[in-house]
Design a protein around this ligand. Structure first.
Ligand code: SF4
Ligand code: SF4
Length: 396
């Protein structure tokens, strides 16, 4: 495992961090045995950074219980996030934070983040509630070690947020398909110049740069026949690690095999180590990827649940697949995502445009508008015809 130094704290952080959000299990109840297996294997492999959040259902409690059972709390740097949008007064900071410490069965958080800042106004709102004093008190008491924010807003706003407080670190979405998206490369450089540790999330764009890479893009990588980079995930992660400004990248690993695979890659995670030939291959992959990236949905699920039962990320995945693979592939995925074979299909045409989903999308997708695109691609013609053939006319 390669380690990089957090310039603010001096902590040696594994180049690969464990994002706990995608632990398998029932909704709101991550499977404890699987969590134990993933966390213990991650630590065995040298990973020393774990990331969770108040808003990941059941996740903080699961991580806390696992660390306690495994006796590993002292071997990892633990990160979690304040749901600042739910804080209406200064007392709420304590209320959420105390609950997080209880859930995580710890007396301090190593890296504490304002969760999902998308505009300077969000930070200004909690400043007005007194968060700066609150942070200072928690740091003085040793309950928060490093303070930062995760970000999903525009590049310009990122600089404003960056300079609005004396942050220790930030967490940005970054991957080879997102150099000019959100904070992007300009944001990465600006944060590093200010001496912040920079943690990267979505290095593989929710798997879209890994197993879900369109065939034509994948063919470019296969054709490169690189002995070290054998999978699309290896290419994507290595591209992020190639940036010396990146302190650590988070991967939401869901089984121990993934931990082993990614840890092996992290063994060679040296900055500035990719060759011109490798970088040229990435540029060619990107050109192919962008042809099918019609909706930039990462599948995070923050927009769910939809009151009409629409599987929003599933529908967008089907839509993109219809360009990346074939229209029939997309339609088949859309059938599955919409539960078309059940008595109550959840078709995109059920959308009442209430807008509840779009408010939560970190990618700022106009969800109801883009679902209209999905409807036009798969409905009413082809899908409705098939539904009628099956006698499922309730879809309208
Ligand atoms: S706008 Fe449509 S998709 Fe979004 S939550 Fe409302 S009904 Fe569901
Ligand atoms: S539409 Fe937005 S919030 Fe919903 S899964 Fe996709 S990226 Fe996440």
């Amino acid at each position: 495992m390669q380690y990089r130094v957090d310039p603010k704290s001096g902590n040696r952080i594994s180049a690969l961090g464990l994002g706990c959000m995608r632990f398998p299990g029932a909704p709101g109840r991550p499977d404890a045995k699987t969590a134990d297996a993933i966390i213990s294997r991650a630590v065995e492999q040298g990973i020393n950074y774990l990331d969770t959040a108040y808003l990941y259902p059941g996740n903080e409690a699961c991580v806390g219980a696992s660390l306690e059972r495994l006796g590993l709390r002292d071997q990892v740097l633990l990160a979690t996030k304040l749901p600042h949008a739910s804080c209406k007064c200064a007392e709420d900071f304590d209320r959420f934070f105390d609950e997080q410490l209880r859930r995580l069965r710890t007396d301090h958080i190593d890296y504490y983040l304002m969760h999902n800042i998308t505009s300077p106004a969000q930070w200004e709102r909690v400043v007005a509630l007194g968060i700066e004093d609150w942070i200072a008190r928690q740091k003085a008491a040793g309950r928060i070690r490093q303070i930062g924010f995760s970000y999903h807003g525009s590049a310009a706003d990122f600089l404003t947020v960056l300079d609005a407080y004396d942050w220790d670190f930030c967490q940005i979405q970054y991957n080879y398909a997102g150099e000019r998206y959100q904070a992007g490369t300009a944001g990465l450089m600006a944060a590093a110049e200010r001496g912040l540790a920079v943690f990267v999330m979505e290095p593989l764009l929710g798997g879209r740069l890994a197993g879900k890479l369109p065939p034509r893009a994948r063919a470019v990588l296969d054709g490169a026949r690189d002995p070290h980079l054998r999978t699309p995930a290896a290419w994507g992660l290595s591209w992020v690690w190639n940036h010396p400004q990146v302190t650590m990248l988070l991967s939401g690993m869901t089984d121990t095999a993934q931990v082993d695979e990614n840890a092996a890659l992290a063994d060679r995670a040296l900055p500035d180590s990719m060759t011109a030939t490798q970088l040229d291959a990435i540029a060619r992959v990107l050109r192919e990827f962008e042809k099918s990236n019609r909706v930039p949905c990462t599948g995070c699920g923050y927009c769910m649940p939809c009151p009409k039962g629409i599987n929003i990320p599933g529908c967008f995945a089907a839509y993109n697949a219809s360009y990346a693979h074939s229209w029939f592939t997309g339609l088949s995925q859309y059938f599955t995502a919409s539960a078309v074979r059940t008595s109550e299909p959840k078709l995109v045409s059920n959308c009442v445009k209430c807008g509840k989903c779009a408010r939560h999308c970190p990618q700022h997708i106009d969800i109801p508008g883009r679902l209209d695109d999905v409807r036009r691609r798969f409905q009413p013609g082809p899908v409705t015809a098939v539904l009628k053939a099956f006698g499922k006319t309730r879809s309208s």
